[in-house]
Design a protein around this ligand. Sequence first.
Ligand code: NAD
Length: 294
Amino acid sequence: MAKVAFIGLGNMGGPMATNLVKAGHTVTVFDLSESACEQLRASGANVAASAAEAATGADYVISMLPAGKHVAATYLGEGGLLARLDANTTVLDCSTIDAATARQVGEAAAALGIGFMDSPVSGGVAAAAAGTLAFMCGGSAQTFEKARQILADMGKNIFHAGPAGAGQVAKGCNNMLLAIHMIGTCEALEMGVRNGLDPKVLSDIMLASSGRNWSLEVYNPYPGVMEKAPASNGYKPGFMVDLMVKDLGLALEIARQCDFDNPMGQLAQELYSQHQQAGNGQMDFSGILQKLQG
Ligand code: NAD
């Protein structure tokens, strides 16, 4: 069993750290929020007074933070963790951040001989609690092998996408596609309904045809078609519009950096931003149906 430092105990990090405790690791946590730390203490973790204290002597440092600036501030510079870690430590940043910051932290870690992987996740709070997250990892093959077991204690599917930053690129590609096919699914269903079709019947037809996709399979956006989907529960998240807008912003930045014009991704971002600005940021992203309905 390993000594793990876990930094960032929010909606995702809290249950992920809890699963590491359950797997038998010695987990020391830090979050700016005292109540988040206390919750983890109750689950059996040690609580440190700072990220640096949590990371002292750790085999693995895992972070789950809101954005690139938090990750850069945690790891880089004179006061950052990288300067304090010894070379045996493996750093896994599971936050969803811009690929450029992930590469920057990866390069700084490599210069010090520290193994680093950006390891963003797919799957929301429920998957974090159930330990069924998918990890998309960017780092060396050696670091990936070293990290595989600890990631398996928090997730089900663990992919090596390529070098540092590749995990964030994979996540950006996936979530851009998710936004696009969710909007397309809503459009198809609404067009069918306006022509008198039952959304459940139309969904079954498309599920057995070439329009089949994840939104239809497990997350139908039309109310009443799928009992457990957010659409049938007032679009209570689920996966919030705010997070989708954040992820689309990161995807568009990846496209800009490689000089790639991605019209569908750009349109998806416009539609989701408008939906957010109309006051739906905290609603589930499948509620984009309501925007299309006018
Ligand atoms: P959250 O806002 O619930 O949690 C973030 C936590 O980080 C908070 O507890 C905050 O106090 C803490 N924090 C911020 N700065 C800190 C610092 N310098 N040191 C220590 N702690 C600090 O966010 P979340 O929903 O847990 O998401 C975390 C990351 O996971 C984000 O990058 C998000 O995009 C990604 N993600 C979220 C979901 C989801 O469904 N919530 C799904 C996939 C990926």
